[in-house]
Design a protein around this ligand. Structure first.
Ligand SMILES: Cc1cc2nc3c(=O)[nH]c(=O)nc-3n(C[C@H](O)[C@H](O)[C@H](O)COP(=O)(O)OP(=O)(O)OC[C@H]3O[C@@H](n4cnc5c(N)ncnc54)[C@H](O)[C@@H]3O)c2cc1C
Length: 241
């Protein structure tokens, strides 16, 4: 067996994953951490430019409330989700996402994402909550923003390190461990706080589709449930599967 080198990294905030959620967290965290003299570290099992569910780009943005143009209100969005999920939803969380989501979309546009507009300069909708985009480079644009924020603050990003387990001190998560997918290296990340954003889990439940459709997954097969496993091992309660 290869003689694995152990690499220890100490940080204040550890962000696990390099997808959309992690990139967003990195932009926000880098800003606040730098102000407060704290260190942020990010770890992705792949290369951030093309990692995660958005790797090959997307054709639309699936949630935009349209508050600035008076298209909808946060309450409208909460009503839509309540109806869609037959009443089973955390309306406080839904409201909270609704009140922030437009500003994220505006940031994407500022970073270079092409959102379709009509002759009057208004966003083109596909559905009530959807905006059309030229999104082939969507992930590269978001990853670039995260990398810039992290680099400017002098923080480190580890790519091609696969996280396997939480590092636990009793019942408290104090970081994570994993290994390099390229070198004979085992990583120990020690952190005061850890954000888990390693994507979803595919093929946990049998889909409702039949025949050939059974083999089709909405989420990509490389979403192997790292977040679910990590948080379960760290003692989190699973309530919204
Ligand atoms: C085919 C398809 C089409 C879609 N179309 C749209 C659309 O048009 N509009 C829209 O708004 N949304 C769309 N989505 C949904 C959107 O892509 C996801 O909701 C979003 O990417 C989820 O972000 P995330 O950060 O949670 O996960 P992801 O973006 O998937 O990121 C997960 C990250 O975790 C990393 N990771 C995983 N395991 C580990 C590990 N063990 N160790 C270290 N790192 C790990 C991965 O490399 C990746 O960087 C689509 C999704 C798919 C699959």
């Amino acid at each position: 067996m290869a003689n694995f080198k152990t690499v220890e990294v100490d940080t204040d905030l550890l962000i696990l994953g390099g997808g959309f959620a992690a990139c967003g967290a990195a932009v926000e965290a880098a800003y606040w951490a730098k102000k407060n003299g704290l260190k942020v570290t990010m770890v992705d099992k792949a290369a951030m430019d093309r990692s995660g569910a958005c790797a090959m780009g997307l054709s639309a943005i699936n949630q935009y409330v349209g508050i600035k143009d008076g298209e909808n209100t946060c309450e409208d969005y909460v009503r839509y989700v309540r109806q869609d999920l037959m009443g089973i939803s955390r309306e406080d969380l839904v409201y909270n996402i609704a009140r922030h989501v437009d500003s994220s979309v505006h940031l994407f546009e500022k970073w270079g994402l092409k959102i379709w507009t009509d002759e009057e300069g208004k966003y083109v909708h596909e559905g009530r909550w959807q905006l059309m985009i030229n999104g082939e480079s969507y992930k590269i644009i978001i990853a670039e923003a995260a990398k810039n924020a992290m680099n400017e603050a002098g923080y480190e990003i580890y790519e091609r390190v696969f996280i396997t387990d939480p590092l636990m001190d009793g019942d408290k998560c104090v970081g994570a461990v994993g290994f390099s997918t390229r070198e004979d290296e085992f990583y120990v990340f020690k952190a005061k706080a850890t954000i888990v954003a390693m994507g979803g889990a595919v093929h946990v439940f049998r889909p409702r589709s039949v025949g050939e459709g059974i083999g089709r997954s909405w989420y990509p097969p490389f979403q192997s449930g790292s977040s679910a496993y990590f948080t379960l091992k760290a003692g989190a309660e699973m309530t919204c599967q």
